[in-house]
Write a protein that binds this ligand. Sequence first.
Ligand code: CA
Ligand code: CA
Ligand code: CA
Ligand code: CA
Length: 315
Amino acid sequence: MMVVMVGLLPACGSDDRRPTRGTGEDGGTSTMSDGGLVSRPDTGPCTPTEENTPETCSDGVDNDCDGRWDCSDETCSGVGSCPVCGSVDTMLGAPLALPDGVGSGTCTSDADCSAAQSCFNLGEDPIFGGTTQECRESYRSSLDFIGFSADAVFADPSDIVSVCVTMEHSWVRDLEMRLEAPNGQFVRLQAFLGREGGELYLGEADDCDSASSPEPGTGATYCWTPTATRDAMFDYANAGGAVDSVPDCSGGTADSLPPGDYGTSDPWTNLVGTPMNGTWTLSVTDLWGADNGYIFEWSITFNSRNVEDCSSPLI
Ligand SMILES: [Ca+2]
Ligand SMILES: [Ca+2]
Ligand SMILES: [Ca+2]
Ligand SMILES: [Ca+2]
């Protein structure tokens, strides 16, 4: 790396003229990381080189002459000490037990449910027949984004890179998982498909715990991304996709959904038109009592092209 650094520095100058390195034009203004403008004196032509290594992303120089330097330049996203541009990771302080089939009462809309619950279609009752819609409580985690350009709007699926969760569950088919956008539009990352299908874990669940005193198992990380080659989780499993074998709590084994990237039940285009700034919410609802699960962490990564300044916090 030293060899590279020595080779690069003479290209754009080794002096610390951080705010003064611009696009190579004479004069003009540059946007500072705090949003203010600084005037840019005539610094002569800037000879662009690469700005994508730990050294060039911390040298105070706009090496590639695009008007942004170091962590504020998206080419430094995730390089060295620079954060991944457009990404927020929500580490939970402790594993959080998901509400397991919590809720009651039939409903025809959310208005029929208490404030903490929403109305879900449970499909056909496997024992008594008939379809029901019932109120359920969800795990909801919201992030208030402020770091996108003021007029940034979700235009197409490439505006999002991924939504990832680290979790375990001993019957993933119990779940509906959604990403809700600031304007209320949502994409079902995984839709509840009804009270049917065989046992399938997320991660290594502890299936010997009780509903009254759930115990966290070991989480695995699952992502939804527009570029996933796998179908949505349940479609993947129902179509005979390979599943992992994990130890269960009674000395046997259980099928578990392989960690990695999956498609979504709803198209990502469901989000088109929402402002990027505002409250994004991950909602996970366990619609079917008995098997429970835990969530350990979740993250969301947007395309950095909508980010105002890659060195500033998004939320
Ligand atoms: Ca630099
Ligand atoms: Ca730059
Ligand atoms: Ca459990
Ligand atoms: Ca359950």
